[in-house]
Design a protein around this ligand. Structure first.
Ligand SMILES: *Cc1c(COP(=O)(O)O)cnc(C)c1O
Length: 818
């Protein structure tokens, strides 16, 4: 560790406010102070960053390139300070300057270059890679507008552009010297070289200049700093007169427009494929730039490209970066003159693919016409990969055309990206045990039968540095007083807390900390929603992207049911409960947006009904994102993980709640299965159909929700309230579509396709068990402590160790400062 000199650090802040803003510390605004503090912290990081890369060069290490369209990083300043182990000294320095570190941290916009779980996973992985000392680059896109900011107006979601770069980003570093050209469109001319070999030349293309910006990823207390490299697009030539002379005015303008649009905005779809041409451009743009750079870097140290797979691995985070396969083949063959077989052998030892979902609407399938027009050379290579693969299928399964239909990369006029990724990768992994089993036995059965050796499972994880140490300092300190601070880099050791679970004093301490965190969240809710919530009530929280399969609708229908009961019988036994939601819906996802409106409408009625004596509150937290997530997890009693079984590949929110001592109320889906396995079913509330049952119903064409609707009067009452104006007197038709989706099939869509009515009573019963359990505070505290103590498996450090040992084969480095 490097020593930080407090006086020098204070001087640095003073210098930066002067140089950047011509102000003294006392004159500078909070935002300006944030900038000055961040630049001062970056200065501390820079020596470690350089030392890390010197070490990588000296040892000629193998490096993983984690290719991802999304990195949902959250704020950098607080995290960097914590990972530098500089929290105390910097707090002191700021105190002495009259600055509150928390206030300064709050000035930083959340870099929201991701939608949800997939992007946050990439961010947790980078934190773990650095902390464990593994050489890595994150490769992505520097979207000018990240995930939109969500405003709630009159109960409706309104999307506001997130101009996160408007004040600059103090931690980034533009690397103009590493810029590369990326080509789109045109056609491929085939010529012969001197040896009579075919050469492929892309002509009449448009191109942009890809310019990387590097962000430091600081490991925890180990001097290792890896790099997140995000690419921006610039116009190749600033309108040179040459083009005018040649009459290329049109093309020059088009290229400028292309450069302007490519990195403009993140598509706000989570688990959904939209098939937009610009999205494919974004994919090829960042992939081509990243792979070109990785090859250039390798060739700076090596004579020959044939062994590049010994030093480089490309991990594909979902199918979004799958053009990697063909781009790497193109570079090896067209730029380095390798034969097809040589290039294929190298590519298939370098690429590895992570599958994130079984939802069919998320599968990327590009129309041939679009794909071949945009990427003519890449398309040729994909066609050839497909041709050779079909021959393999036929050799293994003669005359079995079903196999070709199921596995071909090019079929029905589409390029199937998952198939390309599987065929070209040496590793295909699911993200939780159950998810991997469903892939092997259902979705990807044919591939699994043909190439079982590729398939493996890597259960997701989260970083305890951000989601406990930074997000919940009270609990973090408590854990450290009990068992020492080893958990920060060895979460397995948090199991040592188990001996305190039965200790009455420890239970009281734990509940007191939870209470303080609930007070903190209640203050946030009061400030942002104007709603008073009682921190002594049960905080029952569902925060995640809004998606029908995640079943926020099941949750709010149950709240409506509880309210009906309370209205009927105000004196009934009822432990006060605060239901808290947070969720962004994709801007074009109408039904998801209607569910947000429903939650807010129910909240308006329930929260203002004096007759129920504040026993029930419903809060929708606006603009759910990493920075408020950290505070929300810390304050949770109940973690709602209620997806339709088989649909949630893993989930990671479930792990963050567990780490913060919330009890899971959930289905046997994704990583919930493994969470319950670790903590014991008696310390969670499990309900609902199993994934086998769901899959069976689906194969039979669904079930009939009307059978439930007809028989169950309470459910019928709730459903009817969707369309009789009970919650939307101004427009009784507002929730008609939700109502219809529950009762009627529609085109290819089954009635209640997510089994909400089917699971309703089972969910209600589980909620009753929650209430009973919470009344016994000692018992609850014990369960909560056991959840914290059993969360060791779910650190992303464990996940990354598995990837590094079983897929990437990386060696750890040690970095000493001179
Ligand atoms: C962890 C996280 C997610 C993923 O939550 P799930 O419950 O696993 O869907 C989404 N968004 C943010 C901001 C997160 O921190």
């Amino acid at each position: 560790m490097q020593n930080i000199n407090k006086e020098e650090f204070k001087k640095s802040i003073e210098d930066y406010t002067k140089v950047l803003f011509r102000k003294s510390v006392s004159e500078a605004s909070k935002q300006q102070l944030f900038q000055a503090v961040s630049y001062s912290v970056k200065d501390l990081i820079i020596d470690q960053w350089m030392a890390t890369h010197r070490e990588y060069e000296d040892k000629d290490v193998k490096t993983v390139y984690y290719l991802s369209m999304e990195f949902l990083m959250g704020r950098a300043l607080g995290n960097n300070i914590i990972n530098m182990k500089a929290n105390n000294i910097i707090k002191e320095a700021l105190d002495e300057l009259g600055i509150d570190l928390n206030v300064i941290e709050d000035q930083e916009p959340d870099p929201a270059l991701g939608n949800g779980g997939l992007g946050r996973l990439a961010a947790c992985f980078l934190d773990s890679l650095s902390t464990l000392g593994y050489p890595a680059y994150g490769c992505g896109i520097r979207y000018k507008y990240g995930m939109f900011e969500q405003k709630i107006e009159n109960g409706f979601q309104v999307e506001v552009p997130d101009n996160w770069l408007k004040d600059g980003n103090p931690f980034e570093m533009k690397r103009s010297d590493y810029a590369v050209e990326v080509k789109f469109g045109g056609y491929v001319r085939i010529t012969k070289d001197n040896n009579g070999r075919e050469k492929f030349v892309q002509e009449n293309y448009q191109s942009v200049l890809a310019v990387p910006y590097d962000l430091p990823i600081v490991g925890y207390g180990n001097n290792v700093v890896n790099t997140l490299r995000i690419w921006d697009a610039e116009a190749i030539d600033n309108f040179n007169l040459d083009s005018f002379d040649k009459g290329d005015y049109q093309k020059a303008v088009e290229q400028q427009n292309l450069a302007r649009t490519i990195c403009e905005v993140l598509y706000p779809n989570d688990n959904h494929y939209a098939g937009k041409e610009l999205r494919l451009k974004q994919q090829y743009f960042f992939v081509s730039a990243s792979i070109q750079r990785a090859v250039i870097k390798y060739m700076e140290k090596h004579e020959d490209i044939h062994n590049i797979h010994e030093k480089v691995c490309f991990q594909l985070n979902d199918t979004h970066p799958t053009v990697t396969v063909a781009e790497f083949m193109r570079i090896l063959m067209d730029d380095y003159d390798l034969s097809w077989d040589e290039a294929w052998s190298i590519t298939t030892k370098t690429c590895a693919y992570t599958n994130h979902t079984i939802m069919s609407e998320a599968l990327e399938k590009w129309p041939l016409e679009l794909f071949s027009r945009l990427l003519p050379r890449i398309y040729q290579i994909v066609e050839e990969i497909n041709r050779r693969f079909i021959i393999e299928i036929q050799a293994k399964y003669p005359n079995d055309y079903k196999k070709i239909e199921k596995m071909a990369i090019v079929y029905d006029g589409q390029v199937k990206m998952a198939h390309l990724a599987i065929v070209a990768s040496f590793s295909v992994n699911g993200v939780a045990r159950l998810h991997t089993e469903i892939l092997k036995n259902q979705q990807l059965k044919e591939f699994y039968q043909m190439m079982p050796e590729k398939f493996n499972s890597k259960t997701n994880g989260i970083t305890q540095r951000r989601f406990l140490l930074h997000g919940n300092p009270l609990l973090a300190d408590w854990v450290t007083t009990k068992i020492g601070d080893d958990w920060i880099t060895n979460l397995q050791h948090i199991s040592e807390l188990k001996v305190y679970a039965d200790d009455l004093r420890c239970q009281k301490e734990f509940m007191q900390i939870k209470y303080q965190n609930k007070v903190r969240l209640a203050a946030y809710i009061k400030e942002h929603n104007g709603i008073e919530v009682d921190p002594r009530s049960i905080f029952d929280i569902q925060v995640k992207r809004l998606h029908e399969y995640k079943r926020q609708l099941l949750n709010i229908l149950h709240v409506m049911h509880l309210y009906n009961q309370l209205k009927k019988n105000p004196e009934m036994e009822f432990y006060p409960r605060t239901f808290i939601f947070g969720a962004k819906a994709s801007a074009g996802y109408r039904r998801a947006k209607a569910i947000i409106k429903l939650i807010n409408s129910v909240g308006d009625v329930v929260n203002n009904d004096k007759s129920i004596q504040n026993k029930l509150k419903v809060v929708f937290i606006e603009n759910y994102r990493v920075s408020n997530a950290e505070m929300i997890f810390a304050a949770a009693d109940v973690s709602e993980q209620i997806s339709t079984a088989s649909k949630e590949a893993s989930g990671t929110g479930n792990m963050k709640f567990m780490l913060n001592g919330a009890l899971t109320l959930g289905t046997m889906d994704g990583a919930n299965v493994e969470i319950v396995e670790e903590v014991g079913e008696e310390n969670a509330f499990i309900f609902g159909l199993t994934s086998d049952e769901v899959i069976k119903y689906e194969q039979e064409g669904g079930y009939n929700p009307k059978d439930i609707y007809n028989i169950d009067q309470d459910i019928r009452t709730v459903i009817t309230q969707l369309v009789n104006g009970y919650y939307s007197p101004e427009n009784p038709e507002l929730f008609r579509e939700i109502y219809n989706s529950l009762l009627d099939s529609n085109g290819g869509e089954r009635a209640d396709q997510y089994f909400i009515l089917k699971d309703f009573r089972s969910y209600e019963a589980a909620q009753k068990r929650v209430e009973e359990a919470y009344k016994d505070q000692a018992r609850w505290a014990k369960s909560a402590i056991l959840n914290v103590a059993s969360s060791g498996k779910f650190t992303s450090d464990r996940t990354i160790e598995e990837y590094a040992k079983e897929i990437w084969h990386l060696d750890k480095v040690k970095v000493e400062l001179e």
